[in-house]
Design a protein around this ligand. Structure first.
Ligand SMILES: [Zn+2]
Ligand SMILES: [Zn+2]
Length: 140
């Protein structure tokens, strides 16, 4: 699919959600969202999950969360920032392996309404925190 076609499809899907109140299905398994230390602790915020599902629907490509929920201990293990939004179940790191997928994921996250995005070489972070600054894109 040409990128211009993909963009039109993404915009159409975005309008379907925003204007027609279309609710996408849940694309994420509990296993994908669980803390990777295996503690089974914590839960993913409902509102944030809906937003990620909207982004996934708009992007229309697989989303592979390498990190979602983190318990306090595991966040320390992976050297996450002290007040990481991952500990509050509102953040995901989505694996990216090429620049086209990175473009699509970021474009879709923005259309879905995410205002906090972090870009790394191998993943894109997004979170729905209302305690931290919004309208920001940072690099790792
Ligand atoms: Zn854990
Ligand atoms: Zn992250």
């Amino acid at each position: 699919m040409k990128i211009s076609t993909w963009i039109l499809t993404a915009l159409f899907r975005c309008l379907r959600v925003k204007l027609l109140n279309f609710k996408p299905k849940n694309y994420f398994t509990e296993e994908e969202l669980a803390c990777k230390c295996g503690c089974g602790g914590g839960w993913f915020n409902h509102e944030a999950l809906l937003k990620f599902n909207i982004a996934r629907y708009i992007a229309n490509i697989p989303f592979d969360p390498s990190s979602a929920i983190r318990c306090f201990a595991y966040n320390k293990t992976v050297k996450g920032v002290k007040d990481s939004t991952h500990m509050y179940g509102v953040a995901m790191d989505l694996t990216v392996t090429n620049s086209t997928d990175r473009f699509k994921i970021i474009f879709a996250l923005l259309l879905a309404g995410f205002t906090r995005i972090g870009i790394a070489k191998t993943f894109v972070h997004a979170d729905n925190s209302d305690k931290k600054s919004s309208g920001v894109i940072w690099l790792y």
